[in-house]
Design a protein around this ligand. Structure first.
Ligand SMILES: [Zn+2]
Length: 350
């Protein structure tokens, strides 16, 4: 695929080796140098170069754990091609438990960036030149924002053939198809013709075991599809077919108050279904929240304290909502943590 040896920040990674490279990313105002840690695994045999990134939003930590588990897989001994793993892209944000950079900019709205722009633009530019431009494929890992959970889902441009193939290979019940014009990493990678998936699952600042397992498995599935890993030996394994939504809508709070939520994440809803009730603390005024469309709840707030206009439920619109329920059950069954008697340091984290 690409015969030239991979080099990151001037360090050449030879086939059959793995190493951590600290990518220089300026200084803190304490004089302390800042670096973005990158772990590269180069297979003995040539193949695609897949970058895996997490915590571009610094408080989204499920992806950090997904990458940690993935890097420990014994199967990587037989890797074809290269994994370029960047578990913490927004180091400043992660340290501060914050989605943003210290200047309040959103890194995922700052791509492709420039080396003369804001701190966010410079970091975006560094990530593009040292990671994305050297890759053939990419998967970026996200969660919902603070106090918001997302159903495990892939976001990808399903009008692009190779991207569509990878999105379906990931095996999540729901794919949201979208093209972007928003300064995101996904948009910038598309400009370079690099097929890229975005995996969204769980909530900021929390571990979610099903989301983590689904992410690890999804990346393995994509790597098998790219022939970076040999096919699964489990013959009985059921393929989870995804359902693709072309649009989604946020249902917002009609009034300020305290939300009693009636519908869990992943629930299918028909038009006008009651999702929750917003009430004042005395129970004197109660306002129903209903969905204007049929679909699946792919995101929801976990905080019952809401202001008028707050986004409460994210509904993906589907033509056939019956079909998706079974897919969701299969996914849950496949990744559900078993009940355990003694704590396991690796998983599950419950
Ligand atoms: Zn995010």
């Amino acid at each position: 695929m690409n015969n030239e040896l991979l080099s990151i920040n001037g360090t050449v990674i030879k086939p059959g080796t793995r190493m951590t490279i600290d990518l220089p990313a300026g200084r803190l105002y304490t004089h302390t140098p800042m670096t973005i840690p990158v772990h590269v695994i180069s297979g003995k045999r040539p193949g695609p170069r897949l970058f895996l990134s997490a915590a571009i939003h610094g408080d989204e930590i499920n992806g950090v754990e997904i990458i940690r588990r993935l890097l420990m897989l014994p199967a990587l001994k037989r890797l074809r091609g290269t994994i370029i793993a960047v578990p913490i892209v927004n180091v400043h944000g992660l340290i501060n438990h914050s989605r943003y950079l210290p200047d309040r900019r959103d890194l995922n709205r700052s791509f492709p960036g420039t080396d003369k722009g804001s701190l966010a633009a410079r970091l975006a530019n560094l990530f593009m030149t040292e990671i994305v431009e050297k890759s053939t494929h990419g998967i970026d890992l996200h969660t919902g924002a603070i106090h918001r959970s997302n159903l495990p889902q892939i976001r990808a441009n399903m009008d692009h053939k190779e991207t569509e193939k990878l999105a379906r290979a990931f095996e999540v019940p729901v794919i949201i198809s979208s093209r972007l014009r928003d300064g995101s990493l996904r948009e910038a990678a598309a400009e370079y013709g690099i097929p890229m998936l975005l995996y969204e699952a769980g909530e900021a600042l929390r571990f979610d075991e099903i989301a983590i397992r689904g992410g690890v498995k999804g990346i393995i599935n994509v790597m098998r599809n790219l022939e970076m890993l040999p096919p699964s030996r489990r013959k009985s394994k059921k393929y989870i077919e995804s359902v693709v939504a072309r649009s989604s809508v946020w249902v917002r709070a009609p009034d300020s108050g305290i939300l009693r939520s009636m519908i869990p994440l992943g629930h299918r809803v028909k038009k006008n279904t009651l999702l929750g009730v917003v009430a004042d603390p005395f129970g004197e005024s109660e306002v129903n929240v209903t969905t204007p469309y049929s679909g699946i709840v792919i995101g929801k707030t976990n905080l019952p304290l809401v202001n008028e206009g707050d986004a409460l439920y994210h509904i993906a619109r589907f033509e056939d909502i019956n079909e998706i329920e079974a897919r969701m059950d299969e996914f849950h069954e496949e990744h559900s943590p078993e009940l355990i008697d003694s704590p396991n340091p690796d998983s599950p984290i419950i």
